[in-house]
Design a protein around this ligand. Structure first.
Ligand code: ME8
Length: 509
């Protein structure tokens, strides 16, 4: 059995979860579910990033203590993961005691290993990013991500000797050409490292809402060091009394968007090197979901509401739409109208109608009993080919390509139904054996398609299997032809993807 540790970023709780967060969580969940279908031992981690000035400030504006504020908002993110049917094995909060103790121990290790020193920091700081900027990195004097004016900060803090890791990082990149995907992001991160690294401050003197440095408790750990360590701390306390580190470390995939590339592709591996720990195997840097060509972000306020989409179309529609409409890895525009369109054209017409037609025809022509026949060889080989392609693509986190490969079977089945015209065969009793093959092929193929799609459509796949009289078991071994038992009794259900009159309209809530 293979072990798979996989992570999403931990999200800032300074505002509400939006579709951007749901996106990364859903993508990771598709991978996790697929690997479990294949019998792998998966540990899927997500959670919330709760320290730092950003939260302390919003809490103060609301008249709440930081803890009360983050408790409330972290619960919204946990609800988001439940609403998108994510199957995380642990939801970490950086205010967990187990995490905070780990951060202190880790920082002490970095210091004991000679990678930490005291100095003075002066620079421009963007609270939105919780990061320092150089003058030349700003856009007209404003933060390139938030469009706000950074503040000038000067304070004495403790520094992490990032500069010392330039050569080891370059060596790691050169030895591991798939460390960062896609290639363009690998190149970007490598070029940044090759351009020279400056030491980074790992503590803040003026912020109380954080993890105190063990050797200087008047300072708190810089929120990014605190946050990145979640990936390692979680394994030490997720299961009380058990340390999962030996079993799952290092992560097989870490998913994130390009906004936080440098932290994950430069600082994070350097921190791990500084503590003599092995590095994550691969980082997947997916693109931005954009609304009218601008990145969706809480700070900009142009967010699409995942809960509204789920309420109107169901969770499978949201999961399907996000992976289908924007090629995973690239940027892409999203809109409520596009959700509406794909829901009807693909989920309702291609898949939902197929299931309804197949079960209705078996009811009408064979009293609801799956006939004894073999799957048509063309459809059988389409299923075999799709099974290979889906697995290969998911392994590389090419999720859109994986979905496309699975959908080919749905398309082939729809074409098959039209070509074979079972309604004509049914009129001629001499062609009963042919009709058996057609009906069996349709039912068996649709069953296999449900298993190929189960990681993306966790609610519909079991409903399809039940409607076809197949066991509700999405084991990957069953993504193969000729496994539907003859004699199975179909149980036609209502429409899987009922018609929805109106789109949520426009594209901004
Ligand atoms: O950066 N398109 O948290 P965050 C695609 N706490 N993905 C998006 C997105 C969009 N428009 N908007 C957000 C933080 N995301 C830190 C992370 S990790 C140790 C600390 C997703 O709440 C994407 O995964 O700003 C992005 O990297 C992440 O949310 C940023 O979430």
């Amino acid at each position: 059995m293979q072990l798979t540790f996989l992570t999403t970023p931990i999200y800032y709780v300074n505002a509400q979860p939006h579709l951007g967060h749901a996106y990364t969580t859903i993508a990771a969940d598709v991978y996790a579910r697929h690997m479990r279908q294949r019998g792998e031992d998966v540990f899927f981690l997500t959670g919330t990033d709760e320290h730092g000035d950003k939260n302390a400030r919003v809490a103060a504006e609301l008249g709440l203590t930081p803890q009360a504020f983050v408790d409330r908002n972290s619960a919204n993110f946990l609800r988001m993961t439940e609403d998108v049917r994510a199957t995380q094995d642990f939801f970490i909060r950086t205010t967990d005691e187990g995490h905070m103790t780990f951060v202190q121990d880790f920082l002490q290790t970095l210091k004991d290993n000679g990678h930490v020193y005291e100095g003075t920091y002066e620079g421009l700081y963007c609270t939105g990013c919780e990061a320092f900027y150089k003058e030349e990195e700003l856009k007209d004097g404003l933060c390139p991500d938030h469009g706000t004016k950074p503040e000038w900060l000067q304070e004495s803090n403790w520094f992490f000797r990032l500069s010392a890791f330039q050569e080891p990082l370059l060596a790691h990149y050169d030895a591991n050409p798939d460390f960062v995907s896609p290639q363009s992001r690998f190149n970007e991160a490598r070029a940044f490292i090759a351009g020279g690294l400056e030491d980074v401050s790992l503590s803040r003197a003026s912020i109380d809402w954080g993890v105190p440095l063990p050797w200087a408790p008047d300072q708190t750990c810089y929120v990014w060091f605190d946050a990145l360590l979640n990936y390692a701390s979680s394994l030490t306390y997720a299961r009380p009394g058990e340390d999962l580190t030996a079993r799952y470390w290092p992560p097989r995939w870490q998913l994130l968007a390009k906004d936080i590339l440098k932290f994950h592709a430069v600082i994070w591996p350097a921190m791990l090197m500084g503590a003599n720990r092995s590095l994550p195997q691969r980082l997947m840097i997916h693109g931005y979901l954009t609304v009218r060509d601008t990145k969706m972000s809480k700070s900009l306020g142009n967010v699409l509401d995942p809960f509204a989409v789920i309420e109107r179309y169901g969770v499978d529609a949201l999961r399907y739409y996000l992976l289908r409409d924007v090629r995973f890895g690239s940027d892409g525009g999203i809109s409520y109208d596009a959700v509406h369109e794909r829901y009807h054209a693909e989920l309702a017409n291609d898949l939902g109608n197929l299931v309804n037609r197949v079960t209705a025809m078996i009811e009408r022509y064979r009293d609801g009993i799956v006939p004894n026949a073999a799957c048509d060889p063309t459809i059988a080989s389409a299923i075999e080919a799709s099974r290979e392609a889906v697995a290969t693509h998911i392994h590389e986190l090419e999720l859109t390509e994986a979905l496309d490969a699975a959908w080919l079977v749905v398309r082939d089945l729809n074409r098959f139904v039209e070509e074979q015209a079972p309604w004509t065969l049914a009129k001629n009793p001499a062609r009963a054996a042919e009709l058996d093959v057609v009906l069996y092929t349709l039912a068996d193929g649709t069953r296999a398609a449900a298993i190929l799609l189960a990681a993306v459509l966790p609610e519909s796949a079991p409903r399809i299997l039940t409607a076809l009289g197949a066991p509700d078991d999405v084991d990957w071994e069953h993504a193969a032809p000729n496994l539907l038992a003859a004699g199975a009794v179909v149980a036609p259900a209502g429409p899987l993807f009922p018609h929805i009159e109106e789109s949520l309209g426009g594209d901004v809530v």
